[in-house]
Design a protein around this ligand. Structure first.
Ligand code: ZN
Length: 77
């Protein structure tokens, strides 16, 4: 096993100039067992096709969320 290198957001964006690729990477790091709602923890979530106001929606508490919500990368906090 190699040493884990913690990437900063800037490094991440350099590595993934495409925003969707960066988001997929984020999701794999944050949700290794699958996407879940950051508000209630439910895995019963849906993709919002228009991505507005957020790319995902929780079917249980109806909150909208993105992979960045509740993380240090969330600039709207
Ligand atoms: Zn929820």
């Amino acid at each position: 096993m190699g040493t884990q290198h913690e990437m900063t957001l800037a490094e991440l964006l350099r590595r993934f100039p495409d925003d969707t690729a960066a988001e997929r990477w984020f999701e794999a790091q944050r949700w290794p067992q699958g996407r879940f709602c950051p508000d209630c923890g439910s895995t019963n979530t849906a993709v919002v096709k228009t991505r507005r106001p957020m790319p995902y929606r929780c079917r249980d508490c109806r909150a909208h969320f993105s992979v960045r919500k509740g993380t240090t990368a969330d600039s709207s906090a």
